[in-house]
Design a protein around this ligand. Structure first.
Ligand code: HSE
Length: 407
């Protein structure tokens, strides 16, 4: 039998206990030994909940119990999760986590420590909820030279954008629903401002490229400026608005690679694989030099999908109690190139009386009119660098909104 401890009995922690309880027979069989929760660490008590008898308020009880071989860190945030994770790994316990903030900030450091101690630091649930994309990067796509990882990595914002686009819901109502469904972060600013997706693409791209991409260096825009009018014109033109997180490399003239990363709302055309990724679903697109395209799709947030990924890691940790699984991510920093040089087309909304000027200024071909909003028009600009677009945008002075267009 292997004993584990769960740190945090919130949305994910309670899901982990439920998955372990409801699927215990299958889990024990797959782990090759019974997996039992010995402790649940939380500040609160849960009278009447079967977990109450396992509740402890002091982490040192878990740390000093040699029977606990695997610690599940699902508290979120950096403090005290950082100290607890370090202490657990140093004590020779494997750690499985859904804490993307902590993984993005300290992933390489914890992987080194886990290797040193012959244990594992596993974080499948940190990106894409229940989608097994990290395992695919670590063990299935190892023959590939990966040049792009992109996708929809935040369930809350995808839910909000889908509700706004399909049902015409207001931003605040859709956010409230996402919170009620258990998708949103405690502070939903992390979702709607793109910070959560930023941390996830930092993790995925660090795994894909093998070195550390610092999330602070990733240009990040959220969805708070997306309006009903954007949705109306986008739909009219056959696009959906999606918050995309993207990291890719481009070979430069000297044969080296330049790395780009960005989180921002994009227009995705009808027919593109990401167009139909709606609601809480996430999708991660990976391009490898031999494989070509692959896409991973599934529930991107919520208690049970996330918990299922955590428990998958627990089973792996139990099966490899004193052997570190290979993860290709070191602490050397991979420098990113400024997005100003990235080339793309933009969707802009302008007052109708500025249409002729905008058409010439932005070298726009297609224009979009709407029966619902008659005093505005939308245009799709020529492909240009972000810097050039920003210069034209500032010179024009009348552009109501702008959204990047996905290639
Ligand atoms: N708030 C996150 C999301 C939870 O909406 O995707 C899953 O990481």
């Amino acid at each position: 039998m292997v004993n584990i401890a769960v740190l945090g009995y919130g949305t994910v922690g309670s899901g982990v206990v439920r998955v372990l309880t409801e699927n215990s027979k299958k889990i024990d069989k797959k782990a090759g030994t019974p997996v039992r929760v010995k402790y649940v660490l939380d500040l609160r008590d849960f009278p009447g909940d079967p977990v109450q008898e396992k509740i402890v308020h002091d982490f040192s009880i878990i740390l000093n119990d040699p029977e606990v071989k695997v610690v599940v860190e699902v508290m979120g945030g950096l403090k005290p999760a950082y100290e607890f994770t370090r202490a657990a790994l140093e004590a020779g316990k494997s750690v499985c986590t859904s804490n993307k903030e902590l993984v993005a900030e300290h992933g390489a450091e914890f992987l080194d420590l886990a290797r040193e101690k012959n244990v594992n630091y596993l974080f499948e649930a940190s990106c894409g909820g229940g989608i097994p994309v990290i395992r695919a990067l670590n063990s299935s796509l190892t023959a590939e030279d990966i040049d792009e990882v992109s996708g929809i990595l935040n369930g809350t914002t995808n839910y909000i954008l889908s509700e706004m686009g399909e049902k015409g819901s207001g931003f605040d109502d859709a956010l409230k629903e996402a919170q009620e469904l258990g998708y949103a972060e405690r502070n939903p600013e992390a979702d709607v401002e793109g910070y959560d997706a930023c941390r996830k693409i930092a993790i995925l791209s660090s795994l894909a490229f093998g070195h550390t991409i610092k999330y602070r260096n990733i240009h990040t825009e959220g969805i708070t400026k997306i309006s009903h009018a954007d949705m109306v014109f986008a739909k009219e033109a056959g696009f959906a608005v999606k918050l995309l997180a993207s990291a890719y490399k481009v070979p430069d003239d000297k044969g080296a690679n330049s790395y780009f990363a960005l989180v921002a709302p994009f227009l995705v055309r009808n027919g593109h694989p990401l167009y139909n990724v709606n609601g809480v679903f996430n999708a991660v697109y990976i391009h490898g030099n031999m494989l070509g395209d692959s896409m991973f799709y599934g529930s991107g947030a919520g208690s049970l999908p996330t918990a299922s990924a955590v428990v998958g890691d627990v089973i792996d940790a139990v099966k490899h109690l004193s052997r570190t699984l290979f993860v290709f991510w070191d602490s050397e920093e991979l420098k990113l190139v400024d997005n100003g040089s990235a080339e793309r087309a933009f969707f802009i909304r302008v007052p109708v009386e500025k249409l002729s000027d905008a058409r010439i200024r932005f070298e726009a071909k297609d224009e979009i009119l709407s029966d619902e909003i008659k005093d505005e028009a939308a245009l799709i600009t020529a492909v240009m660098s972000e810097n050039e677009f920003e210069r034209k945008f500032a010179e024009a002075g009348y552009v109501i909104s702008r959204i990047r267009i996905n290639k």
